[in-house]
Ligand binder design. Structure first.
Ligand SMILES: Nc1nc2c(c(=O)[nH]1)N[C@H]1C(S)=C(S)[C@@H](COP(=O)(O)O)O[C@H]1N2
Ligand SMILES: [Mo]
Length: 493
């Protein structure tokens, strides 16, 4: 064994070489592809999402929320590093057996390339993933021996040089990958007085609540089934209305933006968020009415339902009736939709849970028979109208010694009529101040309540009454499967 090692000049601990090969493959893929579907982690995370049992996914959604995405990404990194690393180790072992120095390099390079090319469907960009591990293996077989027979000093120097190169490569690859990630969407739409007026009015009437979003959200949440968002471009985007229709209709971005546009505020809320969670936000959206387009195609079919499909293979099914007042939105707060919110076009269906507000929309299929959507196949019931909620995100001390509590209330198209606050654990109730409703069909309102605090701890409870006079149910229920309910309460000192 020692003789063979000497002969190959390759005594770098083989596992360490494997680890480096795996890590550089991920970095190299990122440098070549950026954060796009051609990045090796995109298909691996998608595969993980498809493989993990629904019960686990649903538990992660309820307990970890968006952290689940990071966990998925980390798992995909570990898997990819392990796969490429194992390949490099195997290649080195085979090379040693056959006393061939070139073989491990070729096996590692070609094997990684094949794996990434097949996974991503991007043979050219897969070279970015394949070359670095091949170089790592090349250096390992060519480097002077690190075996114990060499002086400690020389081994240290080699390890240091290796580590520094790895860190340098990782930093460089990260920087290059970031620049390779296309910035899609987000640029300003043509100026519009109406939009400016609406946004200015919303800002002017917004309560300033410490720890809670203004009326138009600064940080709009995102929820995606895929870790890596699609990279659609408006110049080659089309939407097809197909299935049980008299005549298929296809339109492109120019057709869509040439239609008479609508600007309106709308609130989105994710069915999977906890009762007092952070996945409810509001924006000013710009788009064209969707219902007319579907009517133009002449929908038939027995179920009176449609399936919306998207570029990330996401799909949702719901009744055609829900499309009343729906928009094909291409603008958000005066800018083109950002990539993360569905650039170039998403559906907006007022009053329904976030999951049917399909982003990166590409197809509307009129169905003959009812079917399940992506989340319904996983046990959720998130296509219907939203539940009523009043959230408590802000507690602050006013200069005059009073306390202020506040947050948002939302009840979809039913609207919010009243928000009631108790500062004694629910024994007595007071009416909160509300912002005026924004111009829209399904919008939240901010609420705030100011009071002289009792000395010591007290329990603040909040509940909303919707525009149809229904009080928000008190009964507590978890998010799965049809949205969290209950009254939000918080101990204030
Ligand atoms: N194509 C596509 N559309 C999608 C999703 C998705 O994963 N893919 N997630 C849905 C869910 S669950 C929610 S809550 C909303 C969130 O929209 P936002 O990310 O713009 O806040 O988008 C919906 N539309
Ligand atoms: Mo959602």
């Amino acid at each position: 064994m020692t003789r063979i090692r000497d002969r190959f000049g390759d005594a770098l601990p083989t596992l360490l070489v494997g680890l480096c090969a795996g890590l550089t493959a991920v970095v190299g893929s990122y440098a070549a592809a950026g954060f796009t579907p051609a990045f090796v982690l995109s298909p691996i995370t998608a595969w993980l999402t498809a493989t993990i049992p629904n019960a686990v996914t649903n538990t992660v959604i309820e307990t970890l929320g968006s952290l689940g995405q990071q966990l998925n990404l980390a798992t995909a990194v570990a898997l990819t590093v392990t796969a490429v690393g194992a390949l490099a180790v195997a290649a080195l072992v085979v090379g040693r057996r056959l006393r061939n120095r070139a073989l491990p390099v070729v096996l590692t390079g070609v094997g990684t390339w094949g794996f990434v090319a097949v996974a991503t469907g991007e043979p050219l960009l897969a070279l970015g993933a394949a070359l670095p591990p091949a170089v790592v293996v090349l250096v390992a077989v060519a480097a002077p021996s690190l075996s114990a027979s060499r002086p400690v000093d020389s081994r240290r120097r080699q390890l240091l040089a290796g580590s520094l190169s790895l860190v340098g490569f990782a930093l460089g690859g990260y920087a290059v990958g970031q620049r390779r990630t296309p910035t899609l969407g987000g640029e300003s739409l043509d100026p519009s007085d109406r939009r400016e007026r609406l946004l200015a009015a919303a800002e002017a009437q917004s309560f300033s609540l410490e720890g809670a979003e203004p009326l138009v959200s600064d940080n709009f949440y995102t929820v995606d089934v895929a870790n890596v968002d699609p990279t659609l471009d408006e110049s080659d985007w089309t939407l097809t209305i197909t299935g049980e229709v008299a005549e298929e209709v296809t339109l492109d971005y120019e057709d869509l933006t040439a239609m008479e546009s609508v600007d309106r505020f709308e609130t989105l809320r994710c069915v999977g968020e906890s009762l007092n969670g952070q996945k409810m936000d509001t924006a000013l959206w710009t788009g064209a009415p969707l219902r007319d387009l579907v009517e133009r195609a002449g929908p038939k079919g027995d179920c009176e339902c449609v399936r919306l499909r998207a570029a990330d293979d996401y799909y949702q099914v719901f009744p055609i009736d829900a499309l009343e007042d729906s928009l094909l939105a291409y603008g958000m707060n005066g800018d083109a939709l950002p990539r993360g919110h569905g650039y170039p076009v998403r559906a907006l269906i007022p009053g329904h849970w976030g999951e049917i507000q399909v982003k990166w929309l590409t197809e509307i299929e009129v169905l003959d028979r009812d079917a399940d959507g992506y989340w319904e196949e996983r046990g959720w019931h998130g296509t219907g109208p939203v539940e009523t909620v009043a959230k408590l995100h802000s507690v602050s001390d006013l200069a005059d010694g009073r306390k202020q509590v506040g947050g948002h209330a939302y009840a979809g198209t039913r609207g919010i009529d009243r928000v009631e606050v108790s500062t004694d654990g629910g024994s007595t109730w007071n009416e909160a101040e509300l912002t005026d409703p924004l111009e829209g069909i399904s919008v939240w309102r901010q609420w705030r309540y100011r009071y002289d605090p009792p000395s010591g701890e007290h329990e603040v409870v909040v509940r909303a009454i919707d525009g149809e006079g229904n009080r928000q149910p008190r009964e507590e229920r978890d998010a799965f499967p049809s949205g969290a309910t209950g009254w939000v309460s918080r101990t204030v000192a």
